[in-house]
Write a protein that binds this ligand. Structure first.
Ligand SMILES: NC(=O)C1=CN([C@@H]2O[C@H](COP(=O)(O)OP(=O)(O)OC[C@H]3O[C@@H](n4cnc5c(N)ncnc54)[C@H](OP(=O)(O)O)[C@@H]3O)[C@@H](O)[C@H]2O)C=CC1
Ligand SMILES: Nc1nc2c(ncn2[C@@H]2O[C@H](COP(=O)(O)O)[C@@H](O)[C@H]2O)c(=O)[nH]1
Ligand SMILES: [K+]
Length: 498
């Protein structure tokens, strides 16, 4: 990356813009977003290890679209093991089924329908055989205690795994037909759904329902490559704190099948972090290890030295974060990522840009600054897949609550087993907010909608820079510094002016 004009201060994402360069790339689909870091991600996005952001459904959905979700450090190891096993039992290609039995009620179905972006229930018998499909419209204008066998549709297309993977699956269950075969199979599936006037239908393997395919899911299957482990199962990330028995927690995560370990604390450039990281590296010698957070080249060097493959960068940019206002500590995120990724590259390591992402442009800028992936928290909390309760405000808008991991709420959660006096002492250092409303965007209520939105932006950014992959992009990008009116000029106007 090079600057158009030499900056005189540290810069946030809002302070900078990308200058277009001569390009030979004929299509945005020619951009390959695969990361250069060892996580195997084919989409450079990570759902943050925050309680309000990442649970098993977020992890599953992110990995299916080539990205990664990191379970927070506050989840007990046995629960992480259960959630990991659940994610790994999901179809790597087809969206998860919400299945119910014929005698369950419309009342229960309505409560569950909105847990998945595809908003459907597949009715099966006790052996998982398809009986019918229930969509939201089927539950209107009937008594709430009507049983599902009364309202379910039985005349919907039922797809087989074989036909959707163009007749071939590899040993790992992954489609092995070429991209053209997959494209053809997905285009046909979409046409069948359209003709049947449904947006979603079940997928069976033999007689058992293993997933559903939606029209949007069919399109996505031709754009994304799932992030899979050696057994063909979806990848899972999980965080480890620097306190407690770090070796034991790491061992449990590794045994649970977690693929990527994230050693995480607010001030990553401290001795306790270096010690914890060395223990994690020793306990999991072959796992990709991420550690943070830091914002300086020195911080990167110390963490790479202690065993990190990837350093997580960002102090204070997070939407739930009050660290900068409490302590004045941090660093404008664009400059932090730029300096840290240069230091990491010298050591053959990588950085993740963590926090402060509100628009696709922020992700593009983090990649231009050299990040191998970009971690997003609060933006993803407000999606169907976010683990929070779905609430509605007085205007009927859906939202979920988000909160910071250093908020009083999170600290009281984390210290539940301890004496009240000790808990009160720990809650003093509050550096995050305990409650905020993250509205579901009616146009993009699912995390996959946001992933589509973001990757569309960054694919396009890369072609403007004449780059077909993130490495070339970081190499070729030309970045200029702008003032506030430069930033404002870039925004669309939803109403007339003057
Ligand atoms: N990226 C960011 O800007 C920030 C992220 N967070 C997130 O919040 C979560 C909780 O992190 P954290 O608060 O570190 O809690 P942790 O449970 O990870 O504990 C941090 C440990 O480091 C010690 N410590 C020393 N100096 C500091 C310091 N300046 N800030 C914090 N701890 C310090 C603490 O001791 P003692 O408590 O006795 O001081 C404690 O033992 C993590 O997920 C983290 O990523 C939190 C703040 C900022
Ligand atoms: N200073 C604090 N930082 C926090 C807290 N909780 C999370 N975080 C950091 O924010 C990012 C996510 O940023 P976002 O803008 O996408 O929401 C997360 O990964 C942490 O590094 C907190 O309580 N205080
Ligand atoms: K902030």
């Amino acid at each position: 990356m090079r600057f158009l004009n030499t900056p005189v201060t540290d810069l946030t994402y809002n302070d900078v813009f990308l200058v277009p360069s001569s390009s030979r790339i004929t299509s945005r689909f020619d951009v390959d977003l695969r990361t250069a870091d060892p996580t195997g991600a084919t989409t450079p996005l990570v759902a943050a290890n925050m309680t309000a952001v990442t649970g098993k459904r977020m992890v599953e959905t992110m990995a299916r679209r080539g990205a990664l979700g990191v379970l927070p450090q506050d989840i007990p190891a046995d629960v992480v093991a259960r959630e990991t096993a659940w994610v790994k039992s999901r179809s790597p290609h087809f969206e998860s089924v919400r299945s119910m039995r014929p005698h369950d009620t419309v009342h229960d179905a309505l409560a569950k329908l909105r847990r998945h972006a595809h908003a459907s229930i597949v009715v099966t018998d006790d052996d998982g055989r398809f009986q019918g499909l229930v969509l939201e419209g089927d539950c209107q204008q009937v008594d709430r205690f009507t049983q599902l066998h009364v309202v379910m549709r039985t005349d919907v297309p039922v797809f087989t795994v074989d036909e959707l993977t163009a007749g071939k699956t590899s040993d790992s269950g992954a489609p092995s037909a070429g991209a053209a075969g997959l494209y053809e199979a997905m285009a046909q599936a979409s046409t069948r759904l359209e003709r049947a006037r449904v947006h979603v239908a079940p997928v069976v393997d033999g007689e058992r329902v293993v997933g559903v395919i939606s029209r949007q899911g069919a399109v996505r299957s031709t754009i994304y490559t799932p992030n899979l482990d050696a057994n063909g199962a979806l990848k899972v990330g999980a965080a480890v704190g620097i306190n407690g028995d770090v070796a034991d927690k790491t061992r449990q995560l590794v045994e649970a099948g977690v693929d990527v370990l994230v050693v995480d604390t607010a001030h990553g450039h401290q001795r306790k972090m270096v010690e914890a990281l060395s223990i994690v590296r020793e306990t999991a010698p072959d796992h990709p290890i991420v550690a943070g957070n830091v914002v300086t080249a020195d911080g990167v060097r110390d963490l790479v030295d202690a065993g990190a493959d990837i350093v997580k960068v960002g102090v204070g940019p997070g939407a739930m974060c009050t660290t900068r206002m409490m302590t004045a500590v941090g660093r404008p995120q664009f400059s932090a990522v730029l300096e840290c990724s240069a230091a990491a590259a010298e050591l053959g390591a990588h950085v993740w840009a963590d926090g402060g992402v509100k628009y696709p442009r922020d992700v593009a800028l983090a990649l231009a600054a050299g990040a191998s992936q970009v971690m997003i928290g609060s933006w993803f909390a407000g999606t169907w897949e976010g683990p929070g309760e779905l609430n509605q405000d007085a205007d009927g808008r859906y939202y979920k609550e988000s909160f910071g991991m250093a908020s009083t709420r999170a600290v009281l959660n984390r210290t539940q087993g301890q004496e009240a006096f000790e808990r009160a002492r720990k809650a003093i250092f509050e550096e995050g907010i305990s409650s905020s409303k993250m509205y579901l965007d009616p146009r993009r209520p699912g995390v996959e909608d946001l992933v589509d939105h973001i990757t569309a932006g960054i694919r396009s950014s890369m072609t403007y820079a004449g780059a077909t992959n993130p490495r070339q992009f970081a190499d070729r990008a030309v970045v200029g510094v702008q003032n506030l009116s430069g930033y404002e000029e870039g925004q669309a106007r939803r109403e007339s002016w003057g």
